[in-house]
Design a protein. Sequence first.
Length: 508
Amino acid sequence: MATSGVSQKIAVLDAQSLKPTADDDVTAPSASGRSSSASIIWMCLDALTVLGAVIFATLCEPRTGPAASIPGFVQGTLIQHGSVGILTALLCSFTIILILTSRRLLLYSPMQISSILDEQGRSIQACFTAALLLAGAFSLVKGEGIPREILLTTAAIVTVVLSVRRLLYRLAVYRRLERGQGTRNVLIVGTGPEAQALRHHIDSIRHLGYNFKGFIEFRGENVSSSSEAPDAVSMLATLFQSARRQFIDEILVTTPCERSLLQSALEQSRIYGVDLRLVPYLYDGLAWNRPIEYIGQFPTIPLHRGHTPDIELAVKRGLDIVISGVALVLLSPLMFVIAVAVKFDSEGPIFYTSERLAKKGIVFRCVKFRTMVRDADERRAEVLHMNERDGVLFKITRDPRVTRVGRLLRKYSLDELPQFYNVFRGEMSLVGPRPPLASEVRQYKLSYLRRLDVNPGMTGLWQVQARRDPSFATYVSLDVAYVDQWSLWLDVKILVRTIAVVLQGTGA
């Protein structure tokens, strides 16, 4: 899969055309900070790990054996002298201490601020600290009847499981980042030595998950010029137009500027939904009492973070993986029959692949069953006058290039079944805006680019609500409305309505 950004695939848009107009809705929901949902998930997983370790240690308790351990623990007879309550309190305290220590050691931070070895060391340190405090509490309470083996086994299992789990998760994240998924696009305000060093740091440590998109020149700097910053993409005055055009997630300010300018940038970052960070300076109290977070070795102060529904997005991705995987298995006989029919109906390949733009303009190859003749793309100019849609959309009800089998496949949307593979890989989702061509995105207004703030989908709001509407404005407005109002329940409703639309055969 290609991972080049949209700026490499699309001709550079004129900066003046990207300025918001009265018709452009560039506002995004404001939030004072990113959701702590991811941290809550990790804390819950740690608590469940302790619970699982306790159950395993109880089953392996040598005095009673597995058959009697669980009933004895529940009935309070496993441990004599009423020590079950004390043991439960000790293990609950162990869990709380473990979570608090892990949080203090930044193990729940969404930033990938350390190497694998450093994270493993901090994970072991958290478990060791909690185990030492557990041992100290055990010596202070009257717990003579509590088997020490349960406590020792629990602490050992928790240490191993947490270390292995974090290692596997980090390796999975690295693999996604190598495929261009989950990365964050950044602009750096400033072109001085600090900005150059930060850019080099981001480029050299790929596991940080950042894509450098350019410098923003600030005329107040005494140490830089355009010749020293060949990657400068715009001036400070057009900062957020550049951010929208390049799907920027974060802006990193590395140069001192006036408080009024920074305050204005902070307000705009809330409007555009872009994170704003400082490389620490004394900004007249603007960054007082704010936490220090690291990008690799660079300390930064987050001034604004957009809201990210981490739990909902994780559930959405989980459903995508499960449903697409099951669909690929269950529908494989049908797809085999379709493949044979396509092959014998007309000359050409079975599948048709085209480069489409996914979230943040990442290019991927969208797969469908071929429904047109082999040279359909070359003959596009011949049928342009038959287009029934407006704007950048192109649709012909009785397209002469469509084959006999292709017409049937399109009628019931069977040509899109191979896209379950794109969903399984994470390039698409079950529900979302349709993946556009680069040629279409060249003609987008600034506000239309919000369609690329989420992964494209096999179905979406437009497909179930206005599929036959020729208006490009309706097409875009429904997709933008989906992005702004997204929820898991909305996805469920769209999927249910999609089934009815497919059975009615309205895809032709």
